[in-house]
Design a protein around this ligand. Sequence first.
Ligand SMILES: [Cu+2]
Length: 143
Amino acid sequence: MPVFRSVVLGALLLGNSAFAALPATLYKSPSCGCCEAYVSYLRQNGFAVSAVNRDDMPRIKQQLGVSPGMGSCHTVKIGAYVIEGHVPVAAIRQLLARKPALVGIAVPGMPAESPGMGVERPGTLAVYQMTADQRTGVLFGRF
Ligand SMILES: [Cu+2]
């Protein structure tokens, strides 16, 4: 199985940046600096991000089903899920691996210790669930 082994080895060597680059569409207002920082963060972590500038972010969030009170600056679509705000990739990976029946996950507002905002403190940032019935304050986990 030399071919198989070399493919596996290649995947290990290249890491997740070259392998399984997940497409992500990120909506943001044109003037949002921390949104750009978050785009870079996602790209560094292996997501193939296309950034879309919009002047009607409230409408985008409503269309995508972002729960009221869960909003942040940018909104990302990855597969069927909506990722709202400065969500750590560990939370996104857990969401994609477990595939729960959620609209998506959110870090409301713009917390200082979140990716694209400042220095993270792993295990401390509250990430919330977004559900079809728009419940708020239901924790997805701390990352
Ligand atoms: Cu932001």
